[in-house]
Design a protein around this ligand. Structure first.
Ligand code: FE2
Length: 203
């Protein structure tokens, strides 16, 4: 990588080369804001053989799913940090494992949106406006409440992924595969791992 030297005063020594005048030295060229290069919600034409209308619809639906998945991911990290009780260690580890898996999904969904020609939602402030998952309180909650919150978020995402998968099955099989093989299967498995903690077995 090119090193960036401190700006030198003209003629201060090292920056000037004999016979070539005075150099200003190497300085980073800060690019000022020139507006957006692609508007959120629009779809760029890419050689992916998908009609614009199909790519646009898939990108829009995936952005909703992305906002919800980012919120669920962050809910897992909050609970990983704040969990209490006799099963602290077990939940601390489980919540972090699920957090990592949700992080993988976030990247896969976001990059699917980009390869469709869309613009992925990215920043927390924007995600907060779009997500349908209820914001938890800023403080700590009981582990039973934490698990219930997570299960509710999974339920929303699972039903959305199933619905979306059906709607794009014919026109956009790549998105269908992501929704079924990754989003749906991961969320179903995590739902099982959580839900078993709340099941009371009759002896
Ligand atoms: Fe940690």
């Amino acid at each position: 990588m090119k090193s960036i030297r401190k700006e030198q005063k003209p003629g201060s020594g090292n920056g000037s080369v004999k016979g070539q005048g005075k150099s200003k030295g190497v300085v980073p060229e800060m690019v000022r804001s020139a507006g957006e290069t692609q508007r959120f919600g629009s779809v760029a034409r890419l050689p992916n053989s998908l009609p614009d209308s199909v790519a646009r619809k898939s990108a829009e639906k995936l952005n909703q799913l992305l906002a919800d998945t980012m919120t669920l991911r962050d809910l897992y990290k909050k609970h990983h940090w704040q969990v209490t009780g006799p099963s602290f260690y077990q939940f601390h580890l489980l919540f972090d494992k699920h957090y990592e898996e949700q992080s993988e999904l976030v990247d896969q969904i976001a990059e699917r949106i980009q390869l469709l020609g869309g613009v992925s939602i990215a920043m927390a402030a924007h995600v907060a406006k779009l997500t349908r998952i209820e914001t938890p309180p800023i403080g700590r909650e009981d582990v039973g409440v934490q698990v219930t919150r997570l299960l509710s978020a999974h339920k929303l995402i699972v039903s959305d992924a199933r619905k979306q998968a059906r709607s794009v099955a014919d026109d956009d099989p790549g998105t269908n595969d992501l929704l079924v093989s990754n989003v749906l299967r991961t969320n179903e498995l995590q739902t099982w791992f959580l839900a078993e903690h709340l099941v009371h077995v009759n002896q």
